[in-house]
Ligand binder design. Structure first.
Ligand SMILES: Nc1ncnc2c1ncn2[C@@H]1O[C@H](COP(=O)(O)OP(=O)(O)OP(=O)(O)O)[C@@H](O)[C@H]1O
Length: 302
């Protein structure tokens, strides 16, 4: 379990993390979302004791990171995959980590296999692609078999097979009862991976909710409907005060009505429907709507 309590961070008087409170619970994957510059990496660095908070604190299994007896056995982290010693081999890097943290040497080959790097184990890291570095970073995070995992943008640089692999791995680790915090900008991926979301914007907590609840609350639900006679359907909906918008192929999108009401209305008016479907916004759409006011860097149309 990770606990973030009243956490704030200022750089030169600018507050980049602002009074954050949240928990990362065991048994679920918690997605950490926010626009660029929202303060996700800074928060993760504070959890790992790499930055000192201006106020508040972070706890891993009830203790500040600096007080954990065997940190690599308590929390595994992937922060910056580029921050690796290029002259070492993958196996050499992991052996050095294992030795300096008193972890059993056999773990090195176990995690290399787990991340699919066995064949590249004796190659120098400087020749690794970004995706291979990500895999090596994940291997390092898993080395101490920790109950808590924290990964900053782990799918960055991975191909579709790699992305799917990370998803399966993280969900499996959570199913084993571990606490998993993962940040990503890939919303479709987060919707598939994370059970729970912590969303921040400009350093402040915007949402802390189950993924499905977040989409329900911040996304829109519309009904897509098509009729044999679209004009007649349109007139019926207009007379009933329904908010309907024409879309492609003679279909209409209706907000603020249940499918039952719409179907009953059409039946009563003698209109035959051949398509009626409830459409829910994706996580990406829900996220864009909710963070619209918190986006710091945005392209502006010329
Ligand atoms: N060492 C530092 N000194 C000064 N400002 C910093 C420092 N580290 C981060 N910041 C600033 O803090 C803010 C939050 O940055 P952070 O990297 O935590 O955001 P993020 O949510 O991880 O963003 P991204 O999604 O782009 O990775 C940014 O405005 C950044 O410029």
């Amino acid at each position: 379990m990770i606990q973030v309590q009243g956490l704030s961070k200022e750089y030169d008087g600018t507050r980049v993390v602002d009074d954050l409170d949240f928990e990362v619970r065991p048994g679920v994957v918690t997605g950490f979302l926010g626009p660029n510059g929202a303060g996700k990496s800074t928060t993760m660095r504070m959890i790992l004791g790499l930055e000192r908070p201006t106020a508040g604190r972070t706890l891993v299994d009830g203790r500040p990171y600096a007080e954990l007896p065997d940190p690599l056995r308590r929390v595994g982290a992937l922060l910056d995959p580029q921050a690796l010693h290029g002259g070492r081999t993958a196996r050499g890097h992991l052996r050095w980590l294992a030795a300096s943290n008193a972890l059993p040497k056999r773990r090195v080959d176990e995690v290399l296999a787990q991340v699919g790097l066995t064949d590249a184990a004796d190659r120098r890291i400087r020749g690794f692609s970004l995706g291979m570095r990500q895999r090596l970073g994940v291997a390092a995070a898993l080395l101490g078999d920790p109950p808590v995992l924290m990964l900053d943008e782990p799918v960055n640089g991975l191909d579709p097979e790699g992305i799917r692999w990370i998803r399966t791995l993280l969900r499996g680790l959570a199913a084993e009862g571990r606490s998993v915090l993962v940040s990503s900008h890939l919303m479709t991926e987060m919707a598939l991976t994370a059970d729970h979301l912590v969303v921040i914007g400009r350093g402040r907590l915007l949402a802390d909710a189950a993924t499905t609840e977040f989409i329900d609350r911040h996304g829109r639900t519309r009904i897509r409907v098509r009729a044999v006679n679209p004009e007649k359907l349109s007139a019926l909906m207009r007379d009933s005060g329904l908010d309907a918008e024409p879309v492609d192929g003679g279909a209409w999108e209706v907000s603020g009505a249940e499918p039952e009401r719409l179907a009953a209305l059409a039946a009563a008016g003698g209109v035959v429907l051949y398509e009626i479907a409830v459409q829910q916004d994706s996580l990406e759409e829900a996220f864009m709507r909710m963070t619209a006011d918190s986006v710091e860097y945005r392209a502006v149309a010329a």
